[in-house]
Structures are given as C-alpha cells and as structure tokens.
Design a protein around this ligand. Structure first.
Ligand SMILES: [Ca+2]
Ligand SMILES: [Ca+2]
Length: 198
C-alpha cells in the first residue's frame, strides 16, 4: 500500500479512536475506552484476574473478551496498550482450547484463521508437575508486537499462595445509529428496550 494512503488511514483511525459516543452506554467513559472500526474496546488494565472471571466480566456488560481478527486489529490493541502506564506481562484475549486440547476457539464462536502465536507457542504443556494445562491465550506485553502465548486459564498453586492474574480487553459492538448499521450485528448482545414510554 502506498505510504501516504496508509498514513491517511491511520489518521482516520486516530480520529475514530477518540469518538466513543456510539459505544454501549453502560461502559465507563474514559481513556481506557477506545474505538476501532465499528467496535469499542475496554482496556481493563488495572483489573487483574483469571481468564474465566475476565470473560464473565466482559459478558456482564454485553461484550466478550477481545477477538483479534487480523493483523490490523492486533496492531491497534498493542499500540493502544502502549499508551497506558502498563507494566503487566500480558493481557487475556478471548481465545481458548479448554474444550478440546489443540482446537482453539474464539469466545464469540466466530471462525477466524488469523493467529499471532509467539515462536514455540502454543506450547500446551505443563511447565511443572503441578501446573494446569495451558488452555487460554494472552497477548504478551514483553513482546513488542504482542505475540500470543498459551498459559493456564487459572494458575494457582495447591497451597493457594500464588494466584497468577492478568488484565484484559473487552470488545463490544458500537450502538447502531440512524446513519450507520453494524455490518455484522451480534445477536449475542442483549436487546435493549426503552424503559420509558414517550
Ligand atoms: Ca475483533
Ligand atoms: Ca505456552
């Protein structure tokens, strides 16, 4: 792609990234809420938890853990992450093979062929005898491009002394406006009915 076109597109993205007016109203507004294309992204960088709790938290607000569909979305997320005072090792993404070992699935059920595993990943294996299997994916923050690694969804030693937790990113569809309709309306989102009659 011609570089000037690329910069033009990046500039458009920057503008869109600032406009969160069409994000679901129940989301907390602030600099941790960003827009990319027709989706809103909530960077829960100060909330460290295990994968099941992170997935449920996104779901409770009508979203899902982030689904990384292509390299552009991957770049958007890792670039946005670098804007924050973030010191964690990585963030949870909505990718897991807990159901069937080796069969990785996105939490939305959507099929996407894009993967961005770090070299040697997914490693799947237990690192130590008492470790859980590595069935949930993080985007590594130690890696400048944010390649993925599979780690235990819940990592807790038998004595409960070490509970490894990570921040996470939730993804939401923007609300439809009079002029724009989401191309891929997500039927898993709860329908909202106005509670007050005109
Ligand atoms: Ca996505
Ligand atoms: Ca691994």
């Amino acid at each position: 792609m011609h570089s000037s076109i690329l910069w033009f597109l990046l500039a458009i993205n920057a503008v869109y990234g600032a406009d969160v007016s069409n994000c679901p109203a129940n989301l907390q507004q602030g600099n941790t809420l960003k827009v990319y294309q027709d989706h809103c992204y909530e960077f829960n960088i100060h909330h460290l938890t295990d994968w099941p709790h992170a997935a449920n938290d996104c779901k409770s607000r009508g979203g899902t853990l982030v689904v990384v569909n292509d390299l552009a979305e991957q770049d958007f997320i890792i670039s946005a992450l670098k804007l924050f005072p973030f010191h964690g090792r990585g963030i949870w993404i909505g990718y897991t093979d807990a159901e069937k070992e080796g069969t990785w699935k996105w939490v939305t059920g959507e099929t996407s062929t894009f993967t961005y595993w770090a070299s040697g990943e997914p490693s799947r294996r237990r690192r130590f005898l008492l470790d859980a299997d590595e069935d949930c994916a993080i985007m590594k923050y130690s890696d400048p491009a944010g390649h993925w690694n599979d780690i235990p969804c819940v990592k807790q030693d038998p004595l409960g002394l070490i509970h490894e937790r990570y921040p996470y990113v939730c993804e939401y569809l923007q609300r439809a406006t009079a002029t724009t309709q989401p191309a891929n309306a997500d039927t898993s989102q709860p329908s909202t009915v106005p509670s007050t009659a005109a």
